[in-house]
Design a binder for this molecule. Structure first.
Ligand SMILES: CC(C)(COP(=O)(O)OP(=O)(O)OC[C@H]1O[C@@H](n2cnc3c(N)ncnc32)[C@H](O)[C@@H]1OP(=O)(O)O)[C@@H](O)C(=O)NCCC(=O)NCCS
Length: 240
């Protein structure tokens, strides 16, 4: 959470353009958000995608697939491009960010806040974090690096959200909720006020979480109950 920055379109990396890392379904969503912002004069242009599995020069959204992920190094060095990841799986996203950070001339991550979202003035967002259309983030909220706050998700006052967390479409975090790094908050779930979600935990779609969730477990249902326990993950048990 040390790299948390207040988002500002003029300060964020990627003024020269942003490359989307991975061109799948979520990648097309992220590209579309970048296109929206650029069309409104409120953000940098979509520069294309890098993807290990799609042939270079394949047309993609309003741009094209540029090459494999390692290509980012040259794009950053020669053209000053930044990147944003588009992988919903938190572990996959962390792995790709680590791979990019290991490049000798690593590009900077771009944070994207869609114009049709609401983000409170005092919110703090980590680098590489995506706020999708319809998302609402109210006051006193801090979000870590490379998080996804997906469409129509709500994060209420004073929530503290760790790095690489995915808050899926329509999920609601009530006031004062704490979410550990790498947690996956399923679509349409609700987390009651002041509950603490452990690092690496998975909240099933539609769950209503009324009590603290340990790290590295899956909970489902109303009220949510643990259905699966995994060995301790690299996310650790630390709070954000
Ligand atoms: C909870 C989840 C992660 C699956 O976890 P899993 O440990 O692999 O669970 P399984 O699919 O093996 O199912 C185990 C049991 O839980 C039940 N279950 C799975 N997901 C459930 C859910 N969201 N709510 C209630 N019960 C659920 C299954 O029916 C099954 O029940 P059974 O043992 O009586 O047959 C997944 O179902 C889920 O909800 N993912 C979130 C999806 C999402 O939000 N996607 C957003 C994409 S944008």
């Amino acid at each position: 959470m040390d790299d948390r920055v207040l988002y500002s379109a003029s300060e964020t990396p990627g003024r020269a353009g942003v490359v989307v890392v991975c061109a799948g379904g979520h990648g097309r969503e992220v590209a579309s958000y970048l296109e929206d912002l650029a069309a409104a004069g409120a953000g940098p242009a979509l520069a294309g995608a890098v993807d290990d599995t799609i042939a270079p020069d394949t047309p993609w959204m309003s741009a094209r697939v540029i090459g494999p992920i390692e290509h980012l190094e040259r794009l950053a060095a020669d053209r000053g491009l930044a990147y944003i990841t588009a992988l919903g799986d938190n572990e996959d996203r962390r792995a790709v960010v680590a791979r990019i950070a290991a490049l000798p001339r690593a590009p900077r991550p771009h944070s994207l806040v869609h114009l049709a979202s609401y983000v409170g003035r005092d919110a703090r967002l980590g680098e590489g974090t995506l706020i999708a259309p319809g998302a609402v983030i109210t006051v006193g909220v801090a979000l870590g690096r490379h998080c996804i706050v997906n469409v129509r998700a709500t994060i209420s006052h004073d929530c503290l959200v760790g790095d690489f967390v995915n808050v899926n479409p329509g999920a609601t975090l009530c006031g004062g909720v704490t979410v550990g790094a790498g947690a996956f908050v399923g679509a349409g779930s609700t987390v009651r006020e002041r509950v603490r979600i452990g690092a690496g935990a998975v909240i099933g779609a539609g769950a209503v979480v009324v009590s603290d969730v340990p790290p590295d477990v899956t909970v489902v249902g109303v009220p949510a109950r643990v259905t699966r326990r995994r060995p301790p993950s690299a996310w650790g048990s630390s709070a954000p």
